[in-house]
Every structure is written in structure tokens, then in C-alpha cells.
Design a protein around this ligand. Structure first.
Ligand SMILES: [Zn+2]
Ligand SMILES: [Zn+2]
Length: 288
């Protein structure tokens, strides 16, 4: 394929991040420096990952590892194909691999445990446990160039690990799955409604807001609201909830069916007040 990567060498003390897809239809998050990157979850096809990276001017060959948070299909289904095509390891816990039933070559999977740091080139990844209705769910902090990026989706309720790690982040992919009223009034069967809101499913807009409001660090510059429900949430509800917090923060909604632009995270806070906005797909930041 004929990739024309952008010049990502300008900023050495920073990380580049993008959501390639976010939602119950598939999750995939890119975090990298100028030389190497990781994908957290590959819940879209390998082909879509390649297509979206290409639109962003990012080389798939720069991806050196895939990290899996838990076994739900929207987080794993493209992982074996991507790992095989680009010859990269998949970091996954033993229990998650067993539950996932993935056709993953043994030699390709590396089993991690919570709190044991993973080194991928100059990137350092800290896996930590969270609450979600999966066998062995984890979230990650990816660190490099002095900044920490949190990937915090599929969280039933905020536990002490999530709040403590959130507090270290310069940028975070934060689940804002559902609006409480929309879920209540919506068409889902009661059992499914309860599965989502019973404390082991997903975070509501209000819960995500409280986490951000209480635990944001002074260095936090970007929040990517992630894993929004198609049926039980709306951009308007999310904007209403989060707009009061935009002072010094860029808050962007990660789309369910396309990629965000690449964002450059250097730990510098915004000075201007920008309303919560939905990311435009495929476009480059003016930085590049
Ligand atoms: Zn999910
Ligand atoms: Zn899940």
C-alpha cells in the first residue's frame, strides 16, 4: 500500500493519539510516539484499521503491539488478523484469552498481569484491573515522552484503581456510555437495562462527569468521550453534561463509526474555552 506518512517527528516529547472506532460496534485506540505505537483493542477488522490509519497518515508498521482490555467482541475481533499481518504480539491475560476463544497463535500472545509494566520500545504500559462484566477486565495507562494516556472504557463503576490512575492522565479515552433517562425510557428489555446500569456494565454520562470533575489532574488537556451508546445516548445530552467542564480542557466525542483526527498530547493545557465537539473524521490537525 502506498502510505504517505505525515511528519510526526516535530515533537519528540509527546504522544500522538487517535480513536479509530469507539462504541459497542467496535473499539480501537492508537497511542504512539514518532517511532512506535500500540493499539488498545482491535474490535474492528484489520482492513478497517489499515484504512483508517492510512487516512490519518499513520503507518501500521509503526504499531508494535496490540493490548486487549477484555474478551467482549467489540474489543477483540480484528486482533488476530492484525497481529498476524503485521507480525506483532498481542498482550492479553490468560483468563481473557481463554474466554475470548480467539484464533490466536500461542507464539503471538503474551500474558500480562495487573500492575506489571509492559515495555514496547520507549512506550511504557501499565495494566490495572477495573470492574466490568468480563472474566478479567483491565484498563491501561500508556506513557511516553513524559505524558500519560488513559484508556478507560467498559467500566461498571469507578473503583479506587480507576480514580487513582485517572488522576495521572494528560489525556484520556473516557467511557460516557448512556444517559440515565434515555436508558430508562428506551426500548431495551429490563434485564439488559439492568446489565448496563447495575455497576458492572458501563459508565453513564453523569458517572463519567463525576470522575472527570473529581479526579482530573492539573495536567489533563484532552478528554475523548468514548463508547457512546447508539440507542441510549445523544451528542446533545453529552454536550449538556460536559460543557461546564471545558475550561482548560479539550473535550471531543469519539465517533462510533469512524476515526478521530490524530491529537498531539504534550501535557500543555488549553487556555481557550472550546465547547464539547464531535471529532471530524480523517482530518489532520493543523499541527501536522
Ligand atoms: Zn465494549
Ligand atoms: Zn465490554
Amino acid at each position: 500500500m502506498n502510505y504517505r506518512p505525515q511528519n510526526y517527528n516535530l515533537h519528540r516529547m509527546a504522544l500522538y493519539v487517535a480513536s479509530l472506532n469507539s462504541g459497542s460496534n467496535g473499539n480501537c485506540y492508537y497511542i504512539g510516539n514518532q517511532d512506535e505505537a500500540v493499539l488498545v483493542d482491535v474490535g474492528i477488522s484489520c482492513r478497517e484499521v489499515e484504512k483508517r490509519l492510512k487516512r490519518l497518515g499513520l503507518l501500521p508498521q509503526r504499531v508494535k503491539a496490540v493490548l486487549i482490555t477484555h474478551e467482549h467482541g467489540d474489543h477483540i475481533h480484528g486482533a488476530p488478523a492484525f497481529a498476524a499481518k503485521f507480525n506483532v504480539p498481542v498482550y492479553i491475560t490468560t483468563a481473557t484469552l481463554r474466554a475470548a476463544n480467539l484464533s490466536l497463535d500461542d507464539s503471538r500472545s503474551i500474558h500480562f498481569t495487573a500492575w506489571q509494566k509492559i515495555q514496547v520500545g520507549k512506550l511504557e504500559i501499565l495494566p490495572f484491573p477495573k470492574i466490568h462484566d468480563a472474566i478479567d477486565p483491565h484498563s491501561f495507562i500508556v506513557s511516553g515522552g513524559g505524558v500519560n494516556i488513559g484508556i478507560m472504557t467498559d467500566i461498571g463503576r469507578v473503583c479506587e484503581h480507576v480514580s487513582a490512575q485517572f488522576n495521572r492522565c494528560h489525556a484520556v479515552f473516557l467511557e460516557s456510555n448512556y444517559d440515565v433517562d434515555m436508558l430508562e425510557r428506551g426500548a431495551y428489555p429490563l434485564a439488559l437495562k439492568n446489565r448496563i446500569r447495575n455497576g458492572s456494565g458501563h459508565l453513564s454520562n453523569e458517572e463519567a462527569f463525576d470522575l472527570l470533575n473529581q479526579y482530573r489532574s492539573p495536567g489533563l488537556s484532552h478528554v475523548f468521550l468514548s463508547h457512546l451508546s447508539r440507542n441510549n445516548n445523544s451528542i446533545e445530552r453529552v454536550q449538556q453534561t460536559f460543557d461546564v467542564l471545558t475550561e482548560g480542557l479539550e473535550i471531543v466525542v469519539a465517533p462510533r463509526d469512524k476515526e478521530t483526527p490524530v491529537f498531539f498530547i504534550d501535557g500543555n493545557r488549553k487556555t481557550e474555552k472550546v465547547p464539547v465537539r464531535v471529532a471530524k473524521s480523517g482530518s489532520q490537525l493543523s499541527l501536522f
